[in-house]
Structures are given as structure tokens and as C-alpha cells.
Design a protein around this ligand. Structure first.
Ligand code: CMC
Length: 437
């Protein structure tokens, strides 16, 4: 019997099957041969929420959730956050290697020259209600870009794909900044090509009447670090949405809008917004024990804690905490930081959180930095979506090139009614399930 195999006995039939084990997995399709008879469809796996299913092979991001390790293309996140710029990391994620000086120069030039938006984009933005959530404006405007660039549908043309990813990377901050300015009622600011990626983003967010925007170097550095930490995180909910939509060969703007929509949920990228609202609700460190009692009683959820993959301290959280200290040197210290520190201190000693391996995640402290930069909580998820754009696109590029991928299409276990006869309207009764179905 070859060593890397699994033997399965079907107790319904007494038959035995041997299936190969490859990379610690068995192929779900190998189970299809396990049948009770010729009419049987064959065995499937049932895995709601993909708790134990690998959906692709990827060489982009590695996470060891038990050890709290995160690497992009083999490089530890701590090293990249300390030594690189965001655009350097984006290059690494796309092309697999860190750029040489010449490659980086061209790359930065190309991205910078794609930051301008077509003037019609401004008009879509103006159509939103003044108080629309900026993440909703971000999602919709990214989707609308596919109307500006219909050539993006040529997903099998490598050169065209590269052009679209440069556009997406260049335009994501411009759209994000517009969605903020729309909320506060300020005129949109055009990009400034002299500035770095994060400085230019700050320029588009905050420039008022000054002839040239000058970014605070501590804040632009902090933003660069936050962008690196948020750049990719393998097959999370948003990335999975990107891949699922991309698998139908939809254009990358449509796929990315879907990924960003997934990020907007409070269990995913909108957790950073929810954390700030939670800290405000708790109000002071003295109220932390009472709040945690309610969490343990199931009445509240400790936002910014817990992760599907990390069962150890999220390595990004450690870097964010250090970055927050640096930011608070140049901005007023937010008193909610004390509430966050107290929450973390008590939770990490509490049996409820220890036994469930619940640790702070990337969203726990990031909002405090954005708040120190004067951004409203509603912008926090947009601040996550801008840098995640490169991860989504890198994963999409990998998907498109992967010969093994096909259109995503899970199976289901049908639990509905068997065939029944049509009921004429007069014979129907109100179904109890119709209310709130
Ligand atoms: N507060 C209180 N209890 C929690 C929490 C939390 N934040 N997270 C998990 N638990 C409990 C949960 O109730 C369950 O307990 P029990 O076994 O008694 O039923 C146990 O821990 C396992 O949790 P789960 O819900 O089965 O875990 P999951 O892998 O399905 O969920 C999660 C992961 C991130 C959705 C969840 O931990 C959560 O809701 N956290 C708060 C929201 C948050 O911070 N999300 C950001 C995630 S990281 C960045 C990102 O993805 O964008």
C-alpha cells in the first residue's frame, strides 16, 4: 500500500477504497466513486463556511494560525513592515519577488500615473446621498469603473490584466478619498504625482487650500505600515469572493467590488469600525469587567478578538500596537486606548478567551490609529479595502493563470420538499414561514 494514501471502508456496502493524500489533503472528487449502487450520485463532503476545505493552491501568503506566523511570498510580515514600502510589497505579491531599484522606479511611476479618475467617476460619486456610508460608495464606484474600462473583460490577455491591476492600485485611494470628501462636503482633490502612495492618499483626503500638501512623515509612515499589514491574508471571506466572482471570468473591477462588499461585513473588515463603537460604548477602563461579563454571557461580542485561522496572537496586531505608540507621539493620545489595553489585559487572562484561543486581531487597534488621524469610524473599512486591493488582485491573477481552476460552483444538500402537485390560488393557505422567510 503506498504510504501517502487513505483507505476508506464504506460500511454501507463493505467496499474499501484507497485515495491518494497530496499536500495533506484528499481530493473531494475522489470520494465521488464511493457509491451504494449505480443510481447513487456518489459521496460528497459537507463543509459549511469552508472550515476544512482548501479551494486553491496559492504561493502568495502563508499563515500558521497556531504559531501566529504571517509571511508574504516567504518573507515574514515583521521584516516587510519594517523595511519596505507598500508599493514594494504590492510588487512582491504580484510578481513573487521584491523589485530591484529600477523595477521599483518603473512600478511606482506606473501606479502613480494611474491615480487620476475619469471625470465621469466624479459624477457617480456626486449622485450618492451626502451621508452615504463611504464603504458603500467605494464598492459601487469600483464596480462602476468597469463601465469606464470595458477592455477589462479581456481577462485572458496578460498585458491587459497588468494594465487593469495598475489602474486598480492607482485608483483605489482616489476613490476612497472621494468617498470621504463626499461625506464631509469638501471638494474632491486631484492626485499629486510628486508624492508617495500614502502621502498622495493623505493629500486627497485632507488637503484644503494650501498650495502643496505636506504629509506628516510619522503619519505617512504609519499608514504605509498599516497598508503592508493589510495587503493580503490568503483565502479570507473577501478574497474568496474575489476568486469566486473571478472564476466566472468577470472583469476584475466587478470581482473586486464583490470582494470589497464582503469586507464590509462586521465579522470581516468592518470589525475595525465596530471596535471603535464598542470602545466608545464601554467608555472607560472601569467598565471593562462588566462588559466582558456580558460577552461571556453571550449578550455581546468582543469585536476585534478571535479569528478563524489565528489561534495565537495575530502578528499584525503586535506591529499595529507599536505603530499606534508612534502615532500618539504626534497626535493627541486617544483615551479609548486605555479601554482597549484594559480589555486586552483582562481578556488574555480570562478562562473564556484562553480556552477558545481568542486573541486580538488586526482590527483591534487599527481604528484607534485612524481615529487619531481624524478619520470617522465609517472610513475605517475603506482604509482596509485600499491596501487589500493589491491582495485581491494578486489572488485574482493567480486564479486566472491556474489551469486547475474552473467556475466556482459548490454542491448542496437539498432539504426542501419533494415533487408536489401545483396548487391553484384558491386552494392555497398562508404559509407560516412566509413571515420573515
Ligand atoms: N467575542 C466573544 N466570543 C467569541 C468571539 C468574540 N469576538 N469570537 C469567537 N467567540 C467564541 C464563539 O462564541 C464560540 O464560542 P462557543 O464555542 O462557546 O460557541 C467560539 O469562540 C468559536 O468562535 P466561532 O464563532 O466558531 O469562530 P469563527 O472562526 O467562526 O469566527 C470570527 C471568527 C472572526 C468571525 C469571530 O471570532 C468574531 O466574530 N470576532 C469578532 C469580529 C472580528 O473581530 N472580526 C475580524 C476578524 S480579523 C480581520 C478580518 O477578517 O477582516
Amino acid at each position: 500500500m503506498p504510504e501517502n494514501t487513505l483507505t476508506i471502508t464504506d460500511n454501507r456496502t463493505g467496499k474499501t477504497y484507497t485515495v491518494p493524500i497530496e499536500d495533506g489533503t484528499i481530493r473531494a472528487m475522489t470520494l465521488r466513486q464511493i457509491k451504494t449502487g449505480p443510481e447513487d450520485f456518489g459521496l460528497m463532503t459537507f463543509d459549511p463556511a469552508f472550515m476544512n476545505t482548501a479551494s486553491c493552491r496559492s504561493s502568495i501568503t502563508f499563515i500558521d494560525g497556531d504559531l501566529g506566523i504571517l509571511r508574504y511570498r516567504g518573507y515574514p510580515i515583521e521584516v516587510l513592515a519594517e523595511r519596505c514600502t507598500y508599493l514594494e510589497v504590492a510588487y512582491l505579491l504580484f510578481f513573487g519577488e521584491l523589485p530591484t531599484a529600477a523595477e521599483l522606479k518603473n512600478w511606482v511611476h506606473d501606479i502613480t500615473h494611474h491615480t487620476m479618475l475619469h471625470e465621469t467617476t466624479k459624477k457617480y460619486m456626486e449622485g450618492f446621498r451626502y451621508d452615504s456610508h463611504p464603504m458603500v460608495m467605494f464598492v459601487s464606484t469600483i464596480a462602476a469603473l468597469s463601465s469606464v474600462y470595458p477592455d477589462a473583460r479581456q481577462v485572458h490577455d496578460a498585458e491587459n490584466r497588468l494594465l487593469q491591476i495598475k489602474r486598480l492600485l492607482g485608483k483605489a485611494p482616489s476613490i476612497a478619498a472621494m468617498s470621504y470628501r463626499h461625506n464631509v462636503g469638501f471638494p474632491y482633490v486631484y492626485p499629486d504625482n510628486d508624492l508617495s502612495y500614502t502621502e498622495n492618499f493623505m493629500n486627497m483626503l485632507w488637503r484644503m487650500v494650501e498650495p502643496k500638501y505636506v504629509a506628516n512623515p510619522v503619519l505617512s509612515k504609519a499608514l504605509d505600515i498599516l497598508f503592508i499589514l493589510h495587503a493580503d491574508h490568503e483565502q479570507n471571506c473577501g478574497t474568496n469572493a474575489m476568486r469566486v466572482i473571478g472564476s466566472s471570468q468577470a472583469d476584475p473591477y466587478s470581482a473586486l467590488a464583490g470582494a470589497a462588499a464582503a469586507l464590509y461585513g462586521p465579522l470581516h473588515g468592518a470589525a475595525n469600525e465596530a471596535v471603535l463603537r464598542m470602545l466608545e460604548q464601554i467608555g472607560s477602563p472601569a467598565n471593562v469587567p462588566g462588559f466582558l461579563r456580558r460577552v461571556k454571557a453571550g449578550e455581546e461580542r468582543l469585536m476585534g478578538f478571535g479569528h478563524r485561522v489565528y489561534k495565537n496572537y495575530d502578528p499584525r496586531c503586535r506591529i499595529i500596537k507599536r505603530t499606534a505608540d508612534e502615532v500618539f507621539q504626534v497626535t493627541p493620545r486617544n483615551p479609548l486606548l486605555d479601554v482597549a489595553l484594559e480589555l486586552e489585559r483582562i481578556a488574555l487572562q480570562d478562562e473564556y478567551f484562553i480556552s477558545r484561543k481568542l486573541y486580538p486581531n488586526v482590527d483591534f487597534y487599527s481604528g484607534l490609529i485612524y481615529r487619531a488621524m481624524n478619520l470617522p469610524a465609517s472610513m475605517f473599512t475603506v482604509m482596509f479595502a485600499v491596501p487589500r486591493t493589491c491582495g485581491w488582485v494578486a489572488q485574482w491573477m493567480e486564479l486566472v493563470a491556474d489551469q486547475e481552476q474552473k467556475i466556482s460552483r459548490p454542491r448542496q444538500i437539498y432539504i426542501g420538499s419533494p415533487t408536489r402537485d401545483y396548487l391553484p390560488m384558491a386552494a392555497r393557505e398562508a404559509a407560516p414561514a412566509a413571515v420573515g422567510a
